[in-house]
Design a protein around this ligand. Structure first.
Ligand SMILES: Nc1ncnc2c1ncn2[C@@H]1O[C@H](COP(=O)(O)OP(=O)(O)OP(=O)(O)O)[C@@H](O)[C@H]1O
Ligand SMILES: Nc1ncnc2c1ncn2[C@@H]1O[C@H](COP(=O)(O)OP(=O)(O)OP(=O)(O)O)[C@@H](O)[C@H]1O
Ligand SMILES: [Mg+2]
Ligand SMILES: [Mg+2]
Lengths: 257, 257
């Protein structure tokens, strides 16, 4: 059955979508059947593949109006499908508050996907509200993109507390996949200081900080405007090389059965 | 009475907090009595002034447990006070859903501040949930920080729709203060393209795009780790010069009565 990885950080703009999109694409390039789930009402992971007005979206699957298979969309990469977000998802954050078993709705919706894929990668919105809590309840593991900046570091403790709370209340087997340093600029003091502090505190490898870090690379921010993941937009860029290396490091931790 | 400006953009990491903090500080430096309200549970605008565990916070004022005056904290700048966020604010997003007049709670809470200040600047979380809707219902005007990147541009239409909806439903006099381009890097094609497109569409000045844009400047991201706004951390930096110019441009639009 698939390993579901939630890409989570309530701090905005730290590279959640860029990581979810390009990690999913790199796993697919390594011939692992992968489903990218866009749980953010902003629908950035959806538009990253040039998907504009999907006939069905995740919201339809969440409220049982569409089967999962009907809502998933193939991409240019054979082994990658996308479960797109749409405008209705914005209402789900408030609607879920008054639903029974509100934390388990995504887990129920994704049950049909487990036998079909090797990996499920879930892109989350920048908050710790109902949508993100659903992702943490549905996932096997959490991947935390961390920008090497002061505000991003500040929010980490609250995020780890929330993961602990979810593990205790709704998902006892939730693991830490690891922390990925994003937009790293080794020339900047602040970036190096944050990296030293985080690797010092969490360690490298295992459930700590991935050996692979993602450099700041303008090609990564250009790729979405072309509706392509980085490895289809510019395979030779530092961004593409970094996300392929991240996928390799992840696969080395979870060898095929 | 004070002019209340909500700094809003559901896209994460576009410079909302950096703009709210440094615009408020620059207005105070121009001798306007200013209150900075931190409406984001991340409490970044609070820690930007080195405020760690405030005795009272915005949440206490929202639910009537503390008077506004008791919760506001002075800063090193004579004319700047901060109404800090705290951990309880995270619960407010869900709690407000079932309260009567849920959209007006912040407006009621800030009523006591109107005669005391010239400007109230509200930093918002990266979402269009209950907290941001409260800010849009309480404010006289909306300031939209816009990062010159593809995903940020994509979210603009949805944001402007939401502002329109709030104007129709809860706050008929809500104006657009303007769009501020942030983290501008004139060397990057994407940044120039986005700037041309946005200025072309919204115009410069008036309710459109501010003439002043904020360059990417590492000193801006270093300042919060020292608990100071940029003009106290490094007054000669390009970041400080840009935010002082932004304040000047704003004051020129609203001359003292
Ligand atoms: N390594 C990188 N180098 C350069 N630009 C990057 C990099 N990673 C992300 N970006 C750009 O930075 C911006 C923020 O990244 P992204 O949107 O992926 O973050 P996010 O955490 O998903 O944001 P949100 O909190 O709004 O969901 C985007 O415009 C993206 O293109
Ligand atoms: N002009 C700039 N130059 C360089 N760094 C900047 C600039 N503006 C903001 N930053 C940095 O970029 C990051 C994002 O900015 P900020 O936190 O202000 O955005 P935000 O929109 O408030 O984020 P969130 O959506 O999480 O509330 C921060 O680490 C900040 O220090
Ligand atoms: Mg995102
Ligand atoms: Mg902020």
């Amino acid at each position: 059955a698939a390993r579901a990885i939630a890409v989570v950080n309530q701090k905005g703009g730290v590279g959640k979508t860029t990581t979810a999109v390009n990690l999913a694409a790199s796993l697919a390039a390594s011939e692992r059947a992968t489903l990218l789930v866009d749980l953010d009402p902003q629908a950035n992971a959806t538009s990253a593949f040039g998907i504009l007005e999907p006939a069905f979206q995740l919201y339809d699957v969440l409220c049982g109006e569409s089967a999962l298979r009907r809502a998933t969309i193939p991409t240019e990469l054979t082994h990658l499908h996308v479960l797109p977000a749409g405008p209705d998802l914005a209402g789900a954050e408030i609607e879920l508050v008054t639903v029974d078993d509100r934390e388990y709705q995504l887990r129920l919706a994704l049950a049909d996907a487990l036998p079909l894929y090797d990996f499920i990668v879930i892109d989350c919105p920048p908050s710790l509200g109902m949508l993100t809590l659903n992702a943490l309840s549905a996932a096997n593991a959490v991947l935390v993109p961390l920008q090497s900046e002061y505000y991003a570091l500040e929010g980490l403790a609250r995020l780890l507390d929330t993961i602990e709370r979810v593990r205790g209340a709704w998902n006892p087997s939730l693991e830490m996949e690891g922390i990925v340093l994003t937009m790293v600029d080794r020339r900047a003091n602040l970036s190096r200081q944050v990296e030293d502090e985080v690797r010092g505190h969490f360690g490298t490898g295992g459930a700590g900080v991935f050996r692979t870090s993602i450099p700041r690379n303008i090609r990564l921010s250009e790729a979405p405007s072309h509706g392509k993941p980085i490895l289809l937009y510019d395979i030779r860029s530092r961004g593409a090389v970094a996300y392929l290396a991240l996928a390799e490091e992840l696969l080395a931790k979870h060898p095929r059965p």
